[in-house]
Design a protein around this ligand. Structure first.
Ligand code: RTP
Length: 155
């Protein structure tokens, strides 16, 4: 059994507009809850093109960038911060790789998507990126550190 640490790893996840449109928000959140990760921050919002531009700045020279901005600002999204051991890497595994055609069943993209563009959810690529991204989408006050009330043997 592992002890609960005060400073557990955190990741930034973003449920994209296609997942909201398709009514998959609950199913996606469930994956991270049932795994045992802890929800630290979440909101429902429209992302401006400016915010999406900042978030995906490393892709600004890609031919699909204008389409990506349009898609990501086309409807509400659900930014979230989750906490737990190796949550950055684990969340990427739960999400599945970028191209859904090569995604194994059981992953979010493997089960629910067939295209590279609208692929339901973003997950930060590393601890540093996660930290940068969470403060692009959230203020410090919007992230809640909390401890389980009774059990100490589940995270
Ligand atoms: P994400 O950042 O959203 O978790 O996705 P990722 O790491 O798996 O993939 P990345 O290469 O960072 O691409 C970011 C998002 O851009 C869109 N995309 N479209 N049309 C295309 O060829 C193409 N390639 C990427 C996807 O929405 C992808 O998730």
């Amino acid at each position: 059994l592992r002890k609960i640490c005060d400073h557990e790893e955190r990741t930034f996840l973003l449920i994209k507009p296609d997942a909201v449109q398709r009514g998959l928000v609950g199913q996606i959140i469930k994956k991270f809850e049932q795994k045992g990760f802890k929800l630290i921050g979440m909101k429902f919002m429209l992302a401006s093109k400016e915010l999406v531009k900042n978030h995906y700045s490393y892709l600004s020279n890609e031919p699909f960038f204008p389409g990506l901005l349009k898609y990501m600002s086309s409807g509400p999204v659900v930014p979230m911060v989750w906490e737990g051991p190796n949550v950055v890497k684990n969340a990427r595994i739960i999400i599945g790789i970028t191209n859904p055609e090569d995604c194994i069943p059981g992953t979010i993209r493997g089960d629910f998507s067939i295209q590279t563009g609208p692929n339901l959810i973003h997950g930060a690529d590393g601890v540093e990126e996660a930290n940068k991204e969470m403060y692009l989408w959230f203020t410090q006050k919007e992230l809640i550190s909390w401890k389980p009330a009774i059990t100490t043997w589940v995270y």
